[in-house]
Design a protein around this ligand. Structure first.
Ligand code: FES
Length: 300
């Protein structure tokens, strides 16, 4: 029988050095693992505000881990050919069959490891893909945190004008109004308060607020409870505050209760006191959340 030279790609890679093969598989798996950790670290760093040098280093490690792992996989763990085999007859011998079956069994174990590597690669690429969403999420703006419902008014806060000077009991005539802030927080939107003086005498807007209106001064959050516009117009004749956005009216003498418009609840009242120098101060923060309903998650 003439000799037949057959050229084919081998279907059974030489795993005679199985220990070395497994070492390489472990190494590649570790590369994918490092890439995954770097991707998670990159996401956390980005979410916490970002730091360009750290982000650059983690991005390099994440991409390098995947790249080197894939290259090593292709170079060391996939069959290479072509292989040349000479044989006299096409029919396999019993010896060849036994060798094939053994090789096949060995291959099953190897495929199991390859499945692990495939999953590791998939997880690494998946995590990296999810990371691409972060810039989009970041573009939605900063997380509000507590800034929407915690104010800076505290026990003893000095009531301060927009120019930074303290408000004394002589600063407003009866019928007057002004915008004030706690000392040190001038211009802070959640802290803005409308200060009015309907009377010269102590005022009680509701039971439990007997000491909140010394010498006729009343203070209310300026953040409208409808949609957050600044309530600013004080109408002395009717003792009402007007929100210019949707014309909600709040009755000052009953604790800024809404009497007209879409505002669903009163403006929170700030308890006031007068210190020994005649300066207005707050007795505490607000005892209820300020602003619209979607801010109602804590106390001011
Ligand atoms: S925001 Fe004040 S009435 Fe709408």
């Amino acid at each position: 029988m003439s000799e037949i030279e057959q050229t084919s790609r081998s279907s059974t890679y030489d795993y005679s050095s199985m220990t070395g093969g497994r070492t390489m598989e472990t190494f590649i798996g570790a590369l994918f693992g490092v890439s995954l950790l770097a991707t998670v670290g990159l996401g956390v760093t980005f979410w916490l505000g970002g730091q360009p040098q750290i982000e650059g280093a983690l991005l390099f490690v994440a991409l390098a881990g995947i790249g080197v792992g894939v290259v090593a996989w292709g170079k060391y763990l996939t069959p290479h050919g072509p292989f040349v085999q000479e044989r006299e007859e096409l029919k396999s011998s019993d010896v060849d069959r036994d060798a094939f079956y053994k090789s096949l069994e060995r291959g099953t174990k190897v495929l199991g490891r390859r499945s692990f590597l495939g999953k590791m690669l998939g997880v690494s690429l998946g995590a990296f893909g999810i990371l691409q969403l972060f810039p989009f999420l970041r573009s939605l703006g900063p997380v509000p945190g507590k800034s929407l419902y915690v104010t800076d008014w505290k026990n003893g806060s000095q009531v301060t004008k927009v120019d930074g000077s303290p408000v004394t009991v002589n600063d407003l005539e009866v019928g007057g109004a002004m915008t004030v802030f706690p000392e040190g927080f001038i211009g802070n939107a959640v802290d803005q308060v409308i200060l009015v003086r309907p009377s010269n005498f102590n005022l009680v807007t509701r039971p439990g607020r007997e000491t909140w209106g010394p010498q006729g001064y009343l203070a209310f959050s300026k953040v409208c409870t409808h949609a957050g516009c600044p309530v600013g117009l004080y109408q002395e004749l009717t003792q009402q505050l007007l929100c210019p956005c949707h014309q909600s009216l709040f009755d000052v003498l009953t604790g800024a209760t809404p009497v007209f418009g879409p505002a669903p609840r009163p403006l929170p009242q700030l308890p006031l006191s007068v210190d020994t120098n005649g300066v207005l101060r707050s007795q505490s923060g607000f005892n209820e959340p300020i602003g619209p309903g979607f801010w109602e998650r804590g106390n001011g």
